[in-house]
Design a protein around this ligand. Structure first.
Ligand SMILES: [Zn+2]
Length: 102
């Protein structure tokens, strides 16, 4: 399903893949494609995942290495590699106005 220029896809195989990741996810963004376990997950996470779409647009091919690199550095520092990741902090901020940086 296309929602404002972004393809949102869900299904049993996608759900299986997302739930078996190191950090189990309800949804994940790959460029302008958002994979979700269910339609409800896609709707619930839409605002968060749209921030990742904007990040992909900003960083282009460097997004994934930058994201994974930030997580790796955090992990090596003994910090939370997911919640401490600056890309996730920005994405979670859309639902928490007090943490909004823009
Ligand atoms: Zn996220």
């Amino acid at each position: 399903m296309w929602v404002s220029g972004v393809a949102e896809i869900h299904g049993r195989w996608i759900a299986r893949g997302l739930r078996s990741m190191p950090v189990p996810a309800a949804a994940m963004t790959l460029g302008h494609v958002v994979l979700g376990c269910t339609i409800a997950d896609l709707e619930r996470t839409r605002r968060h995942e749209r921030v990742h779409v904007r990040q992909y647009e900003r960083w282009g091919p460097f997004f994934l290495p930058a994201y994974l690199g930030a997580s790796l550095v955090l992990k090596l520092m003994g910090r939370d590699a997911y919640r401490g990741n600056p890309f996730e902090i920005e994405a979670y901020a859309v639902d928490d106005p007090s943490k909004r940086s823009f």
